[in-house]
Design a protein around this ligand. Structure first.
Ligand code: PMV
Length: 292
């Protein structure tokens, strides 16, 4: 008999606009990265699992088994991930989603989107204490998401003749520290945060108008604002400059910052490839190209 395997997959995400300002009530826009995936495999094991509630993956598996009332079943799990950790790409949410899907698949149980979202958010709360839910929502969505804190999410389609290059600085992001740093100087940061909010609104409108130039300009302006509030790092600034010097229409850091990724926009696949190669030459440890 062949071994039974439960399989669950999930994709990653990236914040296009509105990181940090979203904490202060301004809108943020996040994009699913459907080709950058995490897979979880569940197999039979000899021993029962030991759970570690400091670990999102373990917590996600526990939440799923607990929900199904089968915590004592001996299983093992394995993660195969294309999503680097702590780079603002939603690795922990994607891992949780893949793991929960794999558990339900292994036990042949149906899983509704609503149940999945509840279980993922449970694991995310343990991993991030106070997550906005944006990561989980975008990793669960096939569409882009706009989010306003304490108001909610809206999904919308993006259909541009454009390409987003995502480049990893190779340095772990530090979202919590960055959020605290911004809060410490809230008063002097507020004008910058308001500008970031306004730029996110401009991008939202420009996406509906398919105005790639305006999106790019707003991205580059947002990078300057994120620099001004102290959440970028030199390596990210350098990659943004490299992208702009190589014909990107716009570029910025993405996510909590103090590490993590930058994103750059272009309207040609050929340029996207060229920018990506330059970014790799100039220090990026990995790049991806996403059609928008
Ligand atoms: O680093 P990421 O992709 O998880 O994004 C953090 C976004 C912040 O606005 C900085 C924080 C938040 O909770 O929204």
């Amino acid at each position: 008999m062949t071994e039974k395997i439960g399989i669950g997959k999930a994709h990653s995400k990236i914040i296009l606009m509105g990181e940090h300002s979203v904490v202060y009530g301004f809108p943020a826009i996040a994009l699913p990265l459907k080709d950058i995936e995490v897979t979880c495999l569940i197999k039979e094991a000899k021993e029962k699992l030991k759970f570690d509630f400091y670990d999102t993956l373990s917590t996600a598996i526990y939440s799923a088994l607990d929900y199904l009332h089968i915590k004592d079943k001996p299983i093992s799990y394995e993660i195969i991930s294309q999503v680097p950790q702590k780079r603002g790409m939603g690795s922990s949410a994607a891992v949780s989603i893949a793991a929960i899907r794999a558990v339900f698949d292994y036990f042949d149980q149906p899983l509704s989107d609503k149940e999945l979202e509840i279980l993922v958010n449970k694991a995310e709360i343990i991993a991030h204490t106070n997550p906005s839910g944006l990561d989980a929502k975008t990793c669960l969505s096939d569409q882009a998401i706009t989010f306003i804190r304490n108001v909610g999410f809206k999904s919308f389609s993006v259909d541009l003749n454009a390409f987003l290059i995502i480049a990893d600085t190779g340095i772990h992001g530090h979202t919590r520290e960055a959020v605290n740093k911004v809060a410490k100087h809230e008063e002097s940061n507020l004008p910058h945060l308001a500008n970031l909010g306004r730029l996110a609104e401009i991008v939202q409108e420009a996406i509906t108008q398919k105005d790639i130039q305006t999106i790019g300009q707003a991205m580059s302006q947002a990078h300057q604002e994120l620099k001004a509030i102290g959440v970028s790092i030199q390596e990210a600034d350098h990659l943004v400059e490299v992208a702009l010097a190589n014909k990107a229409i716009g570029a910025k850091m993405s996510g909590g910052g103090l590490g993590g990724c930058i994103i750059a926009l272009t309207d040609s696949q050929k340029e996207a490839q060229a920018i990506s190669e330059k970014l790799l030459e100039e220090g990026a440890v990995n790049t991806w190209i996403q059609k928008l």
